[in-house]
Ligand binder design. Structure first.
Ligand SMILES: [Zn+2]
Ligand SMILES: [Zn+2]
Ligand SMILES: [Zn+2]
Ligand SMILES: [Zn+2]
Ligand SMILES: [Zn+2]
Ligand SMILES: [Zn+2]
Ligand SMILES: [Zn+2]
Length: 1750
């Protein structure tokens, strides 16, 4: 069947391909009724091309459509072959100076903070790089898709609207030129025809709703196939859809995932193809399966020809988009066609039709036509305007459609508002001509119909659907914001009129919010259910910017401001017309003043936090003052209508509510209220909530008698009784007063005083005080930095942002703060400049309580450090604007003085009174403010003014009868010496001093002696300061020392987490000095020449090594026969040195690791934190951990950062991840070495002896295998002194032996990833391998860092290498002797061939250092049976020389010397001649296949460079093996390192001498090496080989500018799902591969589990360990295995020294090389896993993440 279908399809294709586009076009050109002709053509061919089977075949369809359908259209359009026509068009075109590039998902976009009109104006990367803005303050974001580049739009940029590329085009283009003049007339006509027909066809078919009929097209002869089409919705999850599909259409999971992915991306996908019934059946199953809880998935059975035409309709729209790209004229014609009104009048144009059908279209179709709109209507300035009008007229309908639709806004046509409304000229035009503001607001109100009886919004008891709608309707506020974002520079009467109409609508909206969500205090029982509060706050929060912008608009025009003020006042009066209703009037009187008010208690009646109308009025009132309208046109303002008590009433209630909540009176109202109070003060809301309430109080009070205000306030705080009744305070002393009530009242008094401080002191908004906008922001910053130094982003978060997302901070920060650059960790910080501290106000109104106390503490500390008194007096304040000037009189009003007096009185007679220190502190602050005020009044005194502020006089007067209380001043003097007020003494002293200053100021007029004395004091204090500074520094140093000491001695578990940084720092500092703690190293034998190995080896005196167990704190000596001491260690597989990342071990069970390939593709690394334990202590500890873990897993099923089942544990001291322990051993060679006899054999003799021994061993083994055959036994003549029957005695204690086995098995298990088997003969190989590999990694690190070979390793690494090498040397004693002997024989056979071992790797394929280590460490197994007198040292030396020579040959064979280019010194030294001779010999041996080289200089240079790493590794190895101290020359970087190395290693400086000395045997060996087949193949260029020196592996190079990476990632598409954009593109920093992380498409199976692309990649690239950069998140990801991972700060910093994880702030990011090096070092040191372990221990949530899915 399938084959038939295929054949049929092919046949059709063939016939289709025979169509001629030209012929068809000619027919069309002659046609009378073109539409009919074209439609017939389409009706016939479209179903033949599209939808021929169950699955779409896009490539075939595209090809045929282009040929049969689009081709003729193009011919027709051009009137000639489009291959010539289009280029001509393009050439004739005066291209647009607009860029208009439509953004892909994830593409970087740039906005200029200096020049963009609003933050929505963005540039594409190309334009940005060619613009002036790259030198400005810019922001970078990643696009969410949609939207286009605004380059060339003069309305979008204040400056530099063109990039270099688009500027060229703009210079010639005359504005407003009709692009049609560039087109020939006949072409205009043809374009018009064909566009009209095709556009209409596409629109008709896409909006077609009938099932068995086509618009104006004949149905093809009944083929009657159908599709079951599944549509996307946002309700069902991926999993639900996949599950349902598997059931409904019987497909595999993989197919279902494919369907679901396409549905999600394109919006629809056919899931079944066949006859109607077949499809309908699937439909009903899907509907049935998904309708249980939610509405069912949308499925439709569609006739295949409809689907076919729809597919082509979309293709046509795309085609139109590309055709108009050739010419602006064509673009204009298309726009014209699209907007032309159809026969049905209003809304009948094609564009209207599409827009209005938008919510019914599927995602893919929407995308296509939105893109077409963007590239046509929005790119043509004339039609953009016309389109904007259509959009505005349809606005209401489009929004309603969007409300009903369930797709995200980015898929809705409604989202185009951002492209239209943000264009200032369009926005202005739409406001005046289409009344857009009012439309938006009314539409918004229409969708929020749920109201209470007073007509206010009610969000309580919202259904899920309403809540969903509410979320969607919020986008309208965004539209309103766009419309308002650019403010008018000129006002026409029309604009005024329409703005005010919009303002009216806006006031209606605010009116519905005024007093919403009222609350009543709950007494008795706790509330049963937390009331809904978030919706109201969301609304407020979203509106905040709009409210601010409305005010900004009003401020720009006096007429508008006056009208708006009137309107706002009227609405407020409507809201509170009956504010005295039902509330009884009462009269309050105090201190001879009385006022009438109402009886109202916040604690008993309803109160609301939402008062937007009052707050808007407050804002406008400040504007009246700021713009001076209030003084210029007082007659136009309704000032006389204002009723100050009415104005302040509701804001005051709100503030009292906050005070009462703070006093604990509203506890039973639950958390919702606490949250509301929090947001009320929060930086996101406060500008239009809390701040404006303070302003409203200031406004009201400035028009009132302060005494009246204070009495009303006392009454609202429910404190009137206390202060109006004499001796009220005393009543609290009686036994039976309720403590809670006392406490409550105290808090309320404190809060009230705080409020008074704010009303008088908060004058930093322009219009209230005589300040400008920068003063306000400066003050905010000063107070934030008074708490502590802060990073840029922290400051930004603490400051309110305007509609352009700006805080204004950058312009002033330099004046108030100094920037401190970040180090390797942490971030850059701003510190307050010392001179700004005097502006600190303890009662700054934006401090939270916690911030206030932190700031107080910090400032007092600072003062103490500067040796100043610790008083924090109120700062001097700027004067009020005239409209608010009377506020200062509160301070000297009778009621205020009475309140102050009363509280001071309580403090004086402190026993038995209910008062608090905070209360007193606030009173002192208020007195201080009054004194500052008076002082300034006096200082700014001009002739004509009389000072009316006489606070000092008033406080000097004692109270009148009957109380006869002492004066405030007298009480202060008393309190100055009160012992219980020690803390406030400095402040009281400051007050008294200032009082005296003022007194003197009043007495004398101008020059005052007071100032002089102050000057003296100042001088003195600077001297003191210096002294104090020195003392302070000494103190800090001492504390630091103590801290370090404490940490060194304190051996406790958790301190690394708490003091991580300090710990590391300390370790580094102390590393070199404490090395002697564990081990007394032998004194350096300085004068003698030091030799590391061989018979000449320098003898080292034995020394005792005493170590302490971290678990039991007992000391013990390291000895062969005592209990074992062990180091915590971590073994891991590693590819850090790999030169071939694709290589993996194919079958670990069978793999033979004996020879390491020189590509070092997979090594085994051992690391240690260096902490020592008794083996038995560790065993007990580990058992306990294991038991605990098992219990925990059963109980909680939580994961830990370590995998106990895999033997992992954390070092008990430093919590470093470990998976085994290494035993500590004394130098092992001493044990096996026997006495030296003189006359050691030379190399040739030695090789002969060893070969004989090997031969004997082979014979013996054969005999073992085949005992019957005794003939051979007879042949066997044992070499002299060789006793193969000798079994050496193991010198180690049981405990040490056990640990040797433990570590060996662990290395084997991890290194090969197999089950542990201590009997496996490969165990010793893995141990030697790990020793060799670890030494190689450390040698690389030292070389990369340019550090000397010896003396610069951290203690832990030094200890680790010592024990690892000694361990590896001792391990053979616990393995099978014959196995180790066998290994030695095979290893040596690779260099000295014997007949037994064929088929060994050639010398090109052996890593010589691994070979050396294995040979040297397996040799004792042979040597122990050799009693001929050859010393172990001799063997070592010969083995070393032999391997070195093999390595030299290896290097020479692979050296890729280029002779030319390098300047060559013609020295012809001995070395050069020798190496040239050797090279010539090699040429001979290889049959002249080797490239001819005549320069000995080059060869020698190459050889030296190539062999250096090997020599360095060997030096480390023999140093740790034999314990010979390193010569001092190798402990510093100096010249002649090569010579010193050779000397230490007992090598001649001229390495080739080795060959000459041993030429008899070497010549044969070299010949045998060179005759190897693989070597030949290499020399013939048939295979590759590693050459030397191998370069160090580095992490990939990263670009300096982060946006390059974003761009790279945006061009990356998922490799598996054919061109889809990857959601989480992730870059492997090891190899540079980009991966599609965290998504279904790229999940693969690994060891039976589904894993994400990253985890899968780590298995090949990093042996399970991976380092990635998540590009969209700007975050480094560390992975280890499937369960371990953590995020790590990226190496990219912004100019403020901060990272931007998540790319939320968008500041430009640049590579910080030092931080990247640090990451690289972590990798090279194999510390990634350890880092993850520490991160997971510190943050448990990291443990729960499914790392394997990344
Ligand atoms: Zn651009
Ligand atoms: Zn540009
Ligand atoms: Zn700029
Ligand atoms: Zn112990
Ligand atoms: Zn440790
Ligand atoms: Zn993918
Ligand atoms: Zn990689």
């Amino acid at each position: 069947m399938a084959a038939d279908l295929e054949a049929e399809v092919q046949a059709i294709d063939k016939s289709l391909l025979e169509c001629s586009a030209e012929e068809i076009a000619v027919k069309w050109l002659q046609a009378n009724d073109l539409q009919k002709e074209v439609y017939q053509h389409l009706a016939y061919y479209v179903p033949k091309i599209y939808c021929r089977g169950p699955n779409p075949a896009p490539q075939r369809e595209d090809m045929l459509a282009q040929h049969v359908l689009l081709g003729p259209m193009e011919w027709y359009l051009c009137g000639e072959d489009p291959a010539f026509g289009f280029p001509k068009l393009e050439q004739a075109n005066k291209p647009s100076h607009l860029c208009g590039r439509v953004f892909k998902v994830g593409e970087p976009t740039y906005s200029c903070r200096d020049c963009a009109v609003d933050p929505t104006c963005v540039l594409c990367m190309e334009c940005f790089l060619g613009s002036i803005h790259r030198e400005h303050r810019y922001r970078m974001t990643t696009s969410g898709g949609g939207g286009f580049c605004d380059c060339g739009d003069t309305e979008a940029w204040k400056e530099g609207p063109y990039c270099q590329k688009h500027e060229l085009n703009s210079s010639e283009t005359a504005e407003e030129e009709d692009p049609l003049v560039h087109l020939p007339e006949d072409m205009v006509a043809r374009a018009y025809n064909i566009f009209a027909i095709t556009f209409k066809y596409a629109v008709d078919i896409l909006t077609w709703e009938k099932e068995n009929e086509l618009p104006g097209l004949e149905m093809p002869e009944k083929s009657d196939t159908y599709y079951c089409m599944l549509f996307n919705d946002e309700v069902h999850t991926y999993e639900q859809v996949i599950y349902t599909l598997q059931k409904a259409v019987n497909c595999t999971q993989k197919e279902a995932i494919g369907f679901a992915t396409t549905v999600d991306r394109d919006g629809r996908r056919s899931v079944r193809y066949g006859d109607f019934q077949y499809c309908d059946q699937a439909k009903s199953v899907i509907v049935r399966n998904t309708s249980r809880q939610t509405k069912p998935l949308k499925v439709q059975v569609m006739h295949s020809s409809i689907v076919a035409h729809q597919s082509f309709g979309l293709k046509l729209l795309t085609w139109l988009g590309s055709v108009i790209g050739y010419s602006d004229g064509l673009r204009r014609i298309l726009c014209q066609v699209g907007l032309q009104e159809g026969p049905d009048g209003e809304n009948s144009s094609l564009v209207d039709k599409l827009m209005l059908y938008d919510s019914k279209l599927w995602k893919g179709a929407r995308n296509v036509y939105h893109q077409l709109f963007m590239s046509s209507l929005l790119m043509d300035l004339k039609y953009k305007k016309l389109f904007a009008i259509r959009f505005a007229r349809n606005y209401e309908r489009l929004q309603s459609d969007f409300m009903k639709d369930d797709h995200d806004r980015e898929f809705s046509i409604a989202d185009l508002s951002i492209q239209i409304f943000t264009v200032p000229s369009l926005a202005r035009m739409l406001i005046t001509e289409e009344n857009l503001m009012t439309t938006i607001i009314k539409t918004f109100m229409d969708h929020l119909r749920h109201r209470d009886i007073q007509g206010r919004f009610q969000f309580e008891r919202y259904t899920a659907l309403q809540a969903f709608k509410f979320r969607r309707v919020q986008s309208l506020i965004l539209d309103l914001k766009y419309v308002l974002i650019s403010k008018p520079t000129e006002w026409s009467d029309d604009l005024r009129h329409k703005f005010l109409e919009g303002f009216d609508a806006f006031l209606e909206l605010l009116k519905c919010m005024q007093g919403m969500d009222p609350i009543t205090r709950q007494v008795g029982q706790h509330i049963e259910m937390e009331p809904e509060w978030e919706a109201a706050f969301t609304l407020q929060m979203k509106l905040t910017l709009v409210i601010s912008m409305m005010q900004d608009w009003c401020a720009l025009d006096e007429k508008v401001l006056i009208e708006a003020y009137k309107k706002c006042l009227m609405v407020l009066m409507q809201c509170h017309s009956g504010f005295t209703d039902g509330e009884q009037p009462i009269v309050l009187s105090m201190c001879g003043h009385s006022v009438e008010t109402i009886r109202y208690c916040v604690s008993q009646e309803k109160v609301s936090i939402h008062l937007p109308v009052s707050r808007l009025l407050a804002g406008l009132h400040v504007l009246l003052s700021k713009t001076e309208v209030a003084y210029k046109f007082p007659e136009l303002l309704p000032l006389s209508e204002l009723s100050p008590p009415m104005l302040i009433e509701h804001p005051l209630r709100c503030l009292v509510l906050c005070a009462q909540v703070h006093a604990g009176m509203w506890r039973r109202n639950g958390f919702s209220l606490v949250n509301q109070i929090y947001y009320y003060h929060n930086v996101k809301c406060r500008r239009e909530m809390f701040d404006k309430d303070i302003v409203m109080l200031q406004t009201g009070v400035s028009m009132m008698d302060p005494n009246h205000f204070l009495m009303i306030m006392l009454s609202r705080f429910e404190l009137y009784q206390i202060f109006s009744t004499p001796d009220y305070g005393k009543r609290f002393s009686t036994e039976n007063t309720n403590k809670d009530v006392v406490q409550q009242n105290n808090t309320l008094i404190e809060e009230m005083l705080y409020l008074i401080i704010m009303i008088i002191g908060e004058r930093f908004s322009p219009g209230i005080g005589q300040v400008n906008a920068t003063d306000e922001i400066k003050r905010e910053i000063i107070h934030q930095l008074s708490i502590r130094p802060m990073a840029h982003s922290e400051l930004v978060k603490a400051l309110p942002e305007d509609e352009n997302r700006e805080t204004g901070m950058e312009s002033v920060i330099e004046e108030v703060a100094c920037f401190k650059k970040p180090g390797l960790t942490g971030r850059g910080l701003y510190e307050l400049k010392p001179e700004c501290a005097r502006n600190f106000n303890l009662y700054f109104y934006h401090f939270s309580r916690a911030e206030q106390s932190k700031a107080e503490e910090a400032q007092r500390k600072l003062k103490r450090q500067n040796r100043e008194d610790t008083a924090l007096p109120p700062p001097a304040l700027p004067p009020f604007c005239p409209l608010f000037a009377s506020l200062v009189n509160i301070l000297q009003s009778d009621v205020m003085l009475c309140i102050m007096g009363t509280i001071l009185q309580w403090a004086v007679e402190h026993n038995g009174y209910a008062w608090s220190e905070s209360m007193l502190q606030r009173v002192l602050h208020l007195i201080g403010m009054a004194l500052q005020e008076e002082k300034q009044h006096l200082e700014n005194l001009s002739e004509e003014n009389v000072v009316t502020f006489t606070f000092t006089q008033k406080i000097s007067k004692p109270g009148e009868a009957p109380s006869n209380s002492p004066s405030i001043l007298a009480m202060l003097e008393t309190l100055q010496n009160a012992p219980h007020l020690e803390v406030h003494k400095d402040m009281i002293r400051w007050i008294l001093k200032t009082f005296n200053t003022i007194k003197k100021l009043r007495e004398s007029s101008s020059t005052s002696p007071v100032a002089e004395t102050e000057g003296n004091i100042m001088e003195e204090s600077t001297r003191d300061k210096d002294k104090a500074e020195r003392k302070r520094k000494a103190e800090i140093a001492r504390l630091r020392r103590e801290k370090i000491m404490a940490q060194m001695s304190e051996m406790q578990r958790h301190f690394i987490n708490e003091n991580k940084e300090l710990f590391q720092q300390t370790l580094e500092e102390l590393d070199t000095s404490t090395s002697g703690v564990h081990e007394t190293r032998c004194p350096v034998i300085s004068d003698a020449k030091l030799t590391a190995l061989g018979p000449e080896q320098t003898r080292v005196a034995e020394h005792r090594q005493v170590v302490m167990c971290i678990l039991c704190q007992e000391e013990q000596e390291v000895k062969v026969d005592s209990r074992a001491m062990v180091l915590a260690a971590f073994i891991q597989r590693s590819t850090v040195l790999s030169k071939n990342r694709n290589k993996i071990i194919p079958d670990p069970e069978k793999y033979d690791p004996l020879f390491m390939h020189p590509d070092l593709s997979c090594g085994t690394h051992t690391g240690s934190c260096g902490h020592i334990m008794h083996a038995h202590c560790w065993q007990r500890y580990f058992d306990a951990v294991q038991a605990k873990e098992q219990r925990r897993q059963q109980r909680l099923r939580v994961h830990t950062s370590y995998d106990v089942e895999n033997g992992e544990f954390l070092c008990p001291l430093c919590e470093c991840l470990s998976n085994t322990v290494i035993p500590l051993l004394p130098p092992p060679r001493v044990l096996f070495n026997r006495l030296d006899f003189s006359g050691q054999p030379n190399l040739a003799q030695w090789i002969k002896t060893i070969s004989q021994q090997i031969k004997a061993l082979y014979l013996l083994r054969d005999e073992d295998d085949n005992s019957a055959n005794s003939e051979k036994m007879d042949q066997l003549q044992l070499p002299e002194g060789f006793r193969p029957d000798f079994k050496p005695k193991n010198p180690y204690s049981e405990s040490v032996k056990e640990m040797l086995t433990t570590f060996g098995t662990a290395t084997y298990k991890v290194g090969l990833k197999v089950h542990p088997n201590e009997e496996d003969p490969r165990v010793p190989i893995m141990c030697w391998g790990s020793c060799a590999y670890t030494i190689q990694t450390i040698e690389r690190i030292l070389a990369d860092e340019d550090k000397p070979l010896f003396g610069h390793l951290p203690c832990r690494q030094d200890d680790c290498l010592t024990s690892l090498t000694r361990f590896a040397a001792a391990h053979w004693t616990v393995s099978s002797l014959s196995a180790v002997q066998g290994h030695f024989c095979t290893l040596s056979a690779s260099l000295v061939p014997n007949e037994k071992n064929g088929n060994l790797p050639c010398i090109l394929d052996i890593d010589m250092f691994h070979l050396l280590v294995s040979l040297v460490l397996s040799f004792p197994a042979i040597h122990c049976q050799d009693f001929s007198g050859i010393s172990l040292g001799t063997g070592d030396l010969h083995l070393f020389h032999l391997v070195t020579m093999a390595h030299i040959v290896q290097i020479l064979l692979t050296s890729s010397t280029e002779e030319n280019g390098m300047d060559q010194e013609n020295t012809n030294s001995e070395e050069e001649i020798a190496v040239l001779t050797l090279y010539k010999f090699l040429c001979q041996c290889t049959g002249s296949a080797l490239k001819e080289i005549s320069s000995g200089w080059h060869l020698w240079r190459n050889l030296k460079a190539g062999i250096m790493p090997f020599l360095r590794c060997s030096a480390l190895f023999f140093h740790y093996l034999n314990g010979v101290p390193a010569p001092s020359e190798l402990q510093v970087n100096g010249t002649n390192q090569f010579e010193h190395l050779c000397s230490y290693l007992s090598l001649p400086n001229n390495l080739t001498c080795l060959f000459q000395e041993n030429s008899e045997i070497l010549n044969t060996l070299i010949e045998s090496w060179c005759s190897n087949n693989e070597v030949k193949r290499y020399l013939e260029g048939k295979r590759h080989a590693i050459s030397y020196a191998r370069e160090s592996n580095k992490l990939i190079d990263l670009p300096d500018d982060y946006s390059c990476l974003i761009n790279q990632a945006s061009n990356f598409s998922c490799p598996k799902s054919g061109g889809d954009k990857s959601r989480a593109p992730t870059l492997c920093l090891v190899c540079g591969t980009m991966l599609c992380s965290q998504s279904y498409c790229c999940q693969t199976e690994l060891e039976g589990e589904d894993v994400g692309a990253c985890t899968a990649h780590t298995y090949t690239c990093g042996s399970g360990v991976g380092i990635f950069l998540r590009v969209r998140e700007c975050q480094v990801l560390f992975l280890a295995g499937k369960t371990k991972g953590c995020f790590y700060p990226p190496p990219y910093l912004d100019d403020y020294g901060e990272t931007d994880q998540g790319l939320r702030r968008g500041n430009p990011l640049h590579l910080c090389k030092e931080r990247f090096k640090k990451i690289q070092k972590l990798w090279q040191q194999h510390s990634i896993t350890e880092e993850i372990g520490h991160a997971q221990e510190a943050n448990q949530t990291l443990v729960g993440i499914d790392w394997q899915h990344l």
